[in-house]
Design a protein around this ligand. Structure first.
Ligand SMILES: *[C@@H]1O[C@H](CO)[C@@H](O)[C@H](O)[C@H]1NC(C)=O
Ligand SMILES: *[C@@H]1O[C@H](CO)[C@@H](O)[C@H](O)[C@H]1NC(C)=O
Length: 466
């Protein structure tokens, strides 16, 4: 009953806006939800490849939800349709806001959404993971799931982005991210939503890539992710071999779950986006299911394909769109290298990996995950209720008082800390290094660089406080 009233109210709101692209009161396109089978994704009977783009207008420091504002998204959805993409990745979402208009306009354009459920205030803290895994955090995650589960074009949820990085210590956050991943699946099941795929988006770090992949696919079926994804900047206008992607196919053969690149798009030698050719070729389709090009808007780190002229502030992303030459190049690559017909040689069954043994690079001793917080059990039964949005009190210290002083800031609701390092470990330079389990794509992290935790903290707190 309640939902009928809401739908009526939204329909009325929609009719007021009729005339704006994508909001006309015509019958909506029907969307076939994406499912997983074996090591692949499917759209009904058809194999589904991610041919998408990262969508984070304003960069991470804006911490903006572009799908909550039709004035922003509708301008871009036209261009997504022109590019011919089928997935956008959104890094930050406000679970207090309505997303109907943007989600439906995306659906009309045949576009799905891969969504990060974390944000600077509500995320696992890489340096202090234990207190940050708590019921306040999970309530925010679950409220985000509630908001997006109702849209059939929600493709997948990311349980974390690059929380584990190239310092061995950061691997100690892995059990908490995997617990979140597990809890998201449990929540989706308890709330009787369709089985929306949940998985982790890893940093491309050579010394722990395979351990991370194995870890997220080991243990019980309740604990294992639905897919694995990583951010990869090693193809710099090169080739299957030079980039090392041949080895990444070999190493992930028999992995047992769907895999895709949650970011790609090195800029070092210029860009022709022939990554798409490799991703859609039979050299890769048996193991990989495409990838997301990083990124749509031009930000200070230089990866965008569209400039948005400056608005009044960083969160005003309504300015004029200027398509850069790379827009055309990416569009042409998508046209030239379509998704292959047939099943791409996927493996029809999933399988678990052995949990990785601890060593100098991987400090997790066993496969035990933290217990689901007792105070969060009520959400499984009753739903999460209203989410805290992006400006709540934060969750990172909700389970425990922060340390008195020293390495961690407390004056801002504990919104972030961590060390960002992007150098010297064989990591391909990633523009989305992060500090606390959320994406920080932006000017501070164009690798290589090394900064102290405190420096990152102040940058983040400054950005969040604005
Ligand atoms: C591939 O696997 C081998 C053996 O586990 C490992 O030494 C190597 O670093 C891996 N390479 C990549 C690119 O993941
Ligand atoms: C896009 O923006 C960048 C940086 O803001 C600027 O240097 C460049 O000239 C702009 N390009 C166009 C075509 O507007």
């Amino acid at each position: 009953m309640r939902s009928t009233i809401i739908i009526t109210a939204l329909a009325a709101a929609g009719s007021v806006n009729a005339g704006v692209a994508g909001t006309k009161n015509t019958k909506r396109a029907t969307v076939t939800p994406i499912t997983t089978k074996g090591n692949a994704f499917f759209k009904g009977e058809e194999r589904f490849y991610v041919r998408g783009i990262a969508y984070q207008p304003g960069g991470s420091s804006a911490n903006l939800d572009p799908l909550a504002d039709p004035k922003i998204c509708l301008e871009d959805i036209k261009r997504f349709a022109d590019l011919g993409i089928n997935v956008v990745r959104v890094y930050s979402t406000d679970n207090t806001k309505d997303h109907k208009e943007c989600m439906e306009a995306l659906a009309d354009a045949g576009i799905y959404v891969a969504l990060d459920v974390n944000n600077p205030k509500y995320s696992i803290n890489r340096e202090h993971p234990h207190p940050s895994y708590n019921a306040v955090y999970l309530q925010s995650v679950f409220a985000t799931i509630d908001e997006f589960a109702k849209y059939d074009n929600t493709f997948a949820f990311f349980s974390g982005n690059e929380v584990i990085h190239d310092e061995a210590e950061s691997t100690l956050a892995a059990p908490y991210v995997k617990a979140t991943d597990r809890d998201m699946r449990a929540y989706i099941k308890a709330r009787k939503y369709r089985p929306i795929p949940v998985g982790y988006s890893a940093a491309d770090v050579s010394k722990n890539r395979m351990q991370t992949a194995k870890y997220f696919n080991c243990g019980t079926d309740e604990e294992r992710s639905d897919f694995f994804a990583f951010n990869d900047y090693s193809w710099c206008k090169s080739s299957f071999k030079t980039s090392g992607w041949d080895v990444k196919v070999k190493n992930f053969t028999d992995y047992g779950l769907p895999i895709f690149l949650s970011e790609y798009g090195c800029t070092i030698n210029g860009r022709d986006f022939h990554e798409v050719e490799a991703l859609m070729s039979d050299k890769m389709t048996g193991v990989y299911s495409g990838g997301l090009m990083y990124e749509y808007t031009m930000e200070e780190n230089g990866y965008g394909i569209v400039n948005i002229t400056k608005g009044k502030s960083i969160t005003d992303q309504t300015g004029k769109r200027i398509e850069l030459p790379e827009f055309k190049a990416y569009k042409e690559a998508l046209e030239e290298f379509p998704a292959p017909k047939g099943d791409g040689g996927y493996v029809k069954t999933t399988k678990a990996q052995e949990c990785p043994p601890a060593d100098d690079d991987w400090l997790v001793e066993n496969s035990d995950l933290p217990e689901f917080p007792a105070e969060a059990k009520k959400y499984l039964e009753n739903g999460a209720g209203k989410g805290p949005g992006l400006d709540g009190d934060g969750s990172q210290w909700a389970g425990e008082a922060p340390p008195e002083s020293g390495t961690i800031g407390t004056g801002s609701g504990g919104s972030g800390s961590g060390t960002g390092t992007g150098s010297g470990s064989g990591a391909s330079s990633s523009p989305t290094d992060n500090a606390a389990g959320f994406a920080v794509a932006g000017p501070i992290n164009k690798a290589p660089f090394v900064v102290t935790g405190l420096a990152v903290l102040f940058t983040l707190v400054g950005a969040v406080a604005l």
